[in-house]
Write a protein that binds this ligand. Structure first.
Ligand code: PPY
Length: 361
C-alpha cells in the first residue's frame, strides 16, 4: 500500500464503514471499523496501543475487524464483525483520570453509531474501561459483574484455546494427550498465563516467553516451565507454537525458520498475509489452527452471557465445541487439499452468504 493517506487504505478494504476521529486532548487517533453487519450488529473489542503511524493503527483496526466477521460467522454467533483502535502516544495508566476521559470521548464516538457497533475488551482495555464506556454508550460487552456485566473473558478464551490445541495435537500426532508434548506459549498476559496454567495441568512440557522479564520468570518458576528469550521464539524447537501476544508473527520471513509441528494460539491476526501464509504453513507441513476459530472462547463468553442469556453450561458447551470445529476444519482442509485458513473461511462465508440471501417464504 503506497501513500500515507487514509483514503487508499480505506478503499482497499471490503468493510462497510470506517469512523476516524482525532482526539486533540490525548493526541490520539480513534478508529471504529465496521466490517460486516450481515449476521447482526458489528462487534469486537477496542484496542489501546501506541502505533508508529495512524496509518498502521487503521490497518490493524481494519484487519482485526474483518477477522471478527469470520470469528462470529464460523462460531455461529448472531453478530457481525467490527473492531476499534485508540492509538495513543502513550497508554494512560489504568484507573487514571486521563484514562477515564479518553474512554469517555471514545464512548461518544461509539454512541453516535447507535448500536451498529458493539465494543468490548481487547489488548490494554479492561472491564473497568468497559464500565466507563457503558455509561456513555450502552453498546458495550464485558462490564464488571458489579455493573451487570459478565466480567473477564480471558479464562474462557484460554479454555477454548486449550481445546483447540488438543484437537490440533490429535490431528498432528494421533492423540490429544498433551503429556510430554512441548508447547511454547509466547506472551503470558491475561490469556497466555491462564493457558500456560491449563497446559501445565495437562502435563505438557511447557516453554514460555514474554517481553516482561519479571512476569515470565514468575510463571516459569511457578509452573516449572522453560524460558525462551523473545528473540528466540521463532527458531525454538517445540511441538506447538502458541502465539498469545502480538499478531503478525507468522509470515513469509518467519515461516521457514519455524521449528514446530503446529501453530495454535490465542493471538488475533497471527498471519502476516492470511491466505498466502496459511498456504506457506501447509506446504511446510505445519498444522495451523486458524486464530479466529481457536480464540473464540472470549466471544462465546461475552455474547453468550450478555445477549443470548446462556447459562454456564451453555458457555462451556460452546467452548468445548471449539475442539470439534477445529477437527472439522482440519478434515475439510485435507479433503479439499487447501489450507486450514481457507477451509475455515469457506465455512464462515457459506454462513454469511446464507445470511445475505434469506430464503424466500
Ligand atoms: C475478540 O474476540 O477478538 C474480541 O474482540 C473480544 C470481543 C468479542 C465479542 C464481543 C466483543 C469483544
Amino acid at each position: 500500500m503506497k501513500g500515507e493517506g487514509f483514503e487508499d487504505l480505506i478503499r482497499s478494504w471490503d468493510g462497510e464503514e470506517v469512523l476516524a476521529r482525532f482526539d486533540e486532548p490525548a493526541g490520539a487517533w480513534m478508529f471504529v471499523c465496521v466490517h460486516s453487519t450481515l449476521m447482526g450488529p458489528a462487534t469486537g473489542g477496542v484496542r489501546m496501543k501506541t502505533y508508529a503511524t495512524p496509518h498502521e493503527a487503521l490497518l490493524d483496526c481494519m484487519r482485526l475487524s474483518s477477522l471478527m466477521t469470520l470469528k462470529t460467522a464460523v462460531s455461529g454467533l448472531p453478530m457481525g464483525g467490527g473492531k476499534s483502535v485508540i492509538a495513543v502516544p502513550e497508554v494512560p495508566a489504568p484507573g487514571s483520570e486521563e484514562r477515564r476521559r479518553v474512554m469517555e470521548r471514545f464512548g461518544m464516538m461509539v454512541g453516535s453509531l447507535q448500536g451498529t457497533y458493539w465494543s468490548g475488551p481487547d489488548m490494554n482495555t479492561s472491564e473497568q474501561d468497559m464500565d466507563v464506556l457503558w455509561d456513555v454508550a450502552p453498546y458495550t460487552f464485558g462490564r464488571s459483574p458489579a455493573r451487570g456485566g459478565s466480567g473477564d473473558s480471558a479464562p474462557d478464551t484460554a479454555e477454548g484455546v486449550l481445546h483447540g490445541i488438543k484437537a490440533t495435537v490429535a490431528r498432528a500426532f494421533g492423540s490429544p494427550d498433551l503429556s510430554g508434548r512441548t508447547v511454547l506459549v509466547e506472551g503470558v498476559g491475561g490469556v497466555g498465563s491462564r493457558l500456560a496454567e491449563l497446559l501445565a495441568k495437562e502435563n505438557a512440557s511447557l516453554l514460555v516467553a514474554d517481553i516482561d522479564q519479571e512476569r515470565v520468570t514468575e510463571i516459569a518458576e511457578r509452573l516449572a516451565a522453560g524460558m525462551v528469550a523473545p528473540g528466540d521464539v521463532i527458531g525454538a524447537e517445540c511441538d506447538v507454537y502458541a502465539p498469545c501476544a502480538v499478531g503478525w508473527t507468522v509470515n513469509e520471513e518467519t515461516i521457514p525458520r519455524l521449528r514446530c509441528r503446529a501453530v495454535a494460539g490465542a493471538a488475533n491476526n497471527q498471519l502476516g498475509e492470511l491466505v498466502h501464509d496459511a498456504e506457506r504453513l501447509r506446504r511446510a507441513g505445519i498444522l495451523y489452527a486458524p486464530d479466529y476459530v481457536i480464540n473464540a472462547g472470549g466471544a462465546f463468553h461475552l455474547i453468550g452471557y450478555e445477549t443470548l442469556g446462556w447459562s454456564r453450561d451453555e458457555v462451556d458447551r460452546h467452548i468445548t465445541g471449539i475442539g470439534d470445529t477445529m477437527t472439522r476444519i482440519f478434515e475439510r482442509a485435507d479433503e479439499q487439499g487447501i489450507s486450514t485458513e481457507l477451509a475455515a473461511e469457506r465455512i464462515a462465508k457459506d454462513r454469511l452468504a446464507k445470511a445475505g440471501n434469506p430464503p424466500t417464504r
